[in-house]
Design a binder for this molecule. Structure first.
Ligand code: ADP
Length: 263
C-alpha cells in the first residue's frame, strides 16, 4: 500500500514561524535539562509561547524540573500536553512506566519523536525546545530528518574532556546541515563567600567547543553564556520551580536569562 501518509509536522511546514532549538550535550550530567527548562521558563516569562519536548530517554527529567505533573490527555486524534509556568511539555517519560524507555531502539524512538512533533497539540508556538539525549545518538539523527530547520544549542561544562565530547555532539550538525546557534557553558565556577570564583571543573570548555565548531562550520558559533554553579539552581529543579522565575537576579539565573534573550 502506497497510501500511508507521513504525519504532518507543523514546524517543518514552509512558513512555520516557530523557532526550534535542540539542546544537545556530549555526555550526561552537564546540566542540559536544567538549561533547557530555565530557558523555556525565561522565554515564557517574556511573553513568548513556548513548548518543550523531553526526548532524553535516559533522563526524562524535564516535567519534574518544570513542575509539570499533569498527564497528557487525548482529544480526538491529538495529544494535549500538560503545562507549567506557561510552558507546554511532553516527555517520553509520560508514556513509559518505569524505565522501559531505555531499551527502546532507534525506530521506536524515531516514531515517538515524530508523534511528539506531529500529534501533540502545540498551538501556535514562538519557540519549541527539545531536550535531546546526550551524545550523538539516534534521536539527533531522527530530529535532523524530521525537522531539518531545528537549530542546535550545545551545552558543555568547562572541563576539557567534556568539551571534546560536546564537540562531537555538535559536529553532527555538520553532517545534517543544521545551524548551530551557540554554546552554553554550565557549571563554570562556584562563587565563594569572599567573592572569589572557584573553577571546580576547570575553565575554557565553552570557548573550546565554540572555536572548534566555528572552524568546522566556517561560521562564528558564539558562547551564549557561562552559568555558574548555584545550589538553588539544583533545588529549583528538584522543586519544579526554575531559578529564572524564583530569583531572576541570582547570577546563574541572570546568565540563563541573557542566553534566552540571545536566542
Ligand atoms: P543533564 O540533562 O545534562 O543530564 P541535568 O540538568 O539533569 O543534566 O543536571 C545534572 C545535575 O546537576 C542536576 O542535579 C542539576 O540540578 C544539577 N545542576 C545543573 N546545572 C547546575 C548548576 N549550574 N548549579 C548547580 N547544580 C546544577
Amino acid at each position: 500500500r502506497g497510501d500511508v501518509q507521513e504525519p504532518v509536522i507543523p514546524f517543518a511546514q514552509p512558513g512555520s514561524r516557530t523557532r526550534v532549538y535542540a539542546v544537545a550535550s556530549g555526555k550526561g550530567g552537564v546540566g542540559k535539562s536544567s538549561v533547557t527548562v530555565n530557558l523555556a521558563a525565561a522565554l515564557a516569562a517574556k511573553g513568548l509561547k513556548v513548548g518543550v519536548v523531553d526526548a532524553d530517554i535516559y533522563g526524562h527529567s524535564v516535567p519534574r524540573m518544570l513542575g509539570a505533573d499533569g498527564r497528557p490527555t487525548q482529544v480526538e486524534s491529538m495529544i494535549m500536553p500538560p503545562s507549567a509556568h506557561g510552558v507546554k511539555v511532553i516527555s517520553i517519560g509520560m508514556f513509559t512506566p518505569g524505565n522501559a524507555a531505555v531499551v527502546w531502539r532507534g525506530p521506536m524512538l524515531h516514531r515517538a519523536l515524530q508523534q511528539f512533533l506531529a500529534d501533540v497539540y502545540w498551538g501556535d508556538l514562538d519557540v519549541l525546545l527539545l531536550d535531546l539525549p546526550p551524545g550523538t545518538g539516534d534521536v539527533a539523527i531522527s530530529l535532523a530528518q524530521l525537522l531539518p530547520s531545528a537549530e542546535i544549542l550545545v551545552v558543555t561544562t568547562p572541563q576539557a574532556a567534556a568539551a571534546e565530547v560536546a564537540e562531537r555532539a555538535g559536529s553532527i550538525a555538520l553532517q545534517t546541515h543544521q545551524r548551530i546557534v551557540g554554546v552554553v557553558e554550565n557549571m563554570s565556577w562556584l562563587e565563594l563567600p569572599d567573592g572569589q570564583r572557584m573553577e571546580v571543573f576547570g575553565s575554557g570548555g565553552g570557548a573550546q567547543v565554540a572555536e572548534s565548531l566555528s572552524r568546522a562550520v566556517g561560521a562564528k558559533v558564539p558562547v551564549l553564556g557561562q552559568i555558574p554553579l548555584d545550589t538553588r539552581l539544583r533545588e529549583g529543579g528538584d522543586a519544579g520551580l526554575p531559578l529564572v522565575l524564583s530569583d531572576p537576579s541570582a547570577p546563574a539565573a541572570a546568565a540563563l536569562i541573557t542566553v534566552a534573550d540571545r536566542l
